[in-house]
Ligand binder design. Structure first.
Ligand code: FMN
Length: 353
């Protein structure tokens, strides 16, 4: 981020008024430190900005994670689509590519989870984001090894369970999000203030955030930081297939749908495979038929191998706003620039009636 001292101090005064950062620092050398200290997520992870790149199967390997961490956010390796030896390699490469903190996302339904956990501990990965399972199962073990644990939820009830299980922070993910999702269809707009009201540990908002204005909105609703998935698919560093990246850009508003609720709800682009699922619903297909239709390897086929017809293409509603493939560091910079500009506008009476 490049801006002059004066502009920076001016912004910091305004930021301070909104209480995102409690003190006004005395100069440039203190800026980063204060920003880190005064935001609960930045302080927890030791990062510059409370902006987290989500763990995403087939899309977020070491290249994306290290690029986001180097840009001052927190990059996450999505281990749910990796064999244990692949995760091992990605962690090693990530460590070589950045000296900043990064995390691993661990979907707890993963069959080789114990091997993944051993790999994470062996390489002293500082932060783990768990999802899709009971946070009680592994939180204690990971924390005994000095690892910070964050759990992903989609409701107030599960946010409180995660807090009770001893996690350090919670990601609350709304209905707009790409990938697997909660059954209750609670939107980010409703979920974040409800969780913020009940939770005492830091809260990260996810689902439908891909711009600085979105980030500011989520923080105005009570989040301490944001987790962004879909926006980072459309970056050169993402391991997604080029066909999928291009489709994310081409997907308009209304181009995705949450489906397969009987199995695990997932938000997909409405491609030929999605149409097959819809036809199955219309003929009242059983769970077994749906399972057979989904089969194995659909997500890999679509997102990693670029089969736009037969593959499962997971992306969020925010795809309607994603228009360009650009480097992850530029995405981070653009979001933060827009965040600051929107914050200034907010404080300059734009919202006073
Ligand atoms: C392609 C894709 C794959 C995902 N894979 C995972 C995953 O493996 N584990 C997980 O916890 N969440 C996964 N998610 C959800 C993201 O971590 C994140 O919470 C979500 O993308 C946020 O919403 P957004 O897409 O609107 O930014 C995935 C999302 C996408 C789009």
């Amino acid at each position: 981020m490049h801006f002059g001292v004066q502009a920076m101090l001016l912004q910091l005064h305004r930021v301070d008024k909104n209480n995102y950062f409690r003190e006004v620092p005395s100069g440039i050398e203190n800026y980063r430190l204060k920003m880190q200290q005064n935001n609960r997520i930045s302080a927890l992870f030791g990062i510059q900005y409370p902006l987290i790149q989500a763990g995403m199967i087939w899309c977020s390997g070491w290249e994306l994670a290290s690029a986001v961490s180097n840009a001052g956010g927190l990059g996450i390796i999505g281990s749910g689509s990796m064999y244990p030896e692949v995760l091992d390699e990605h962690i090693q490469k990530c460590k070589q590519a950045t000296d900043k903190p990064f995390a691993v996302n661990l979907p707890m339904l993963y069959p080789n989870i114990e091997e993944h956990i051993q790999t994470i501990i062996k390489h002293k990965v500082p932060i783990v984001f768990t999802s899709a399972g009971n946070p009680k199962t592994w939180t204690g073990h990971l924390k005994e090894h000095g690892i910070k644990v964050v759990h992903v939820v989609s409701s107030v009830k599960f946010a409180l369970k995660a807090q009770e299980a001893g996690v350090d922070a919670v990601v609350a993910e709304g209905f707009e999000a790409g990938g697997h999702n909660g059954r209750d269809e609670t939107t980010t707009m409703c979920l974040i203030p409800m969780v913020a009201k009940e939770l005492s540990i830091p809260l990260i908002a996810a689902g439908g955030i891909g711009t600085g204005k979105g980030m500011l909105a989520a923080m105005n609703l009570g989040a301490d930081g944001v987790q962004i998935g879909s926006r980072f698919i459309a970056t050169p560093e993402s391991s997604a297939h080029e066909n999928f990246k291009q489709t994310v850009i081409d997907t308009p508003e209304g181009g995705t749908q949450l489906t397969l609720k009987e199995l695990t709800p997932v938000r997909l682009i409405k491609n030929a495979f999605y149409n097959e699922v819809e036809s199955a619903y219309q003929r009242c297909a059983s769970q077994e038929e749906l399972k057979a239709l989904l089969g194995r390897g659909r997500a890999k086929k679509g997102m990693f191998e670029g089969d736009l017809i037969n593959g499962e293409l997971e992306v969020g509603q925010i795809s309607g706003l994603i228009q360009e493939i650009k480097p992850a560091a530029e995405v981070v910079e653009e979001i933060l620039d827009e965040f600051r500009a929107a914050l200034n506008e907010q404080q300059q009476s734009k919202f006073q009636f």
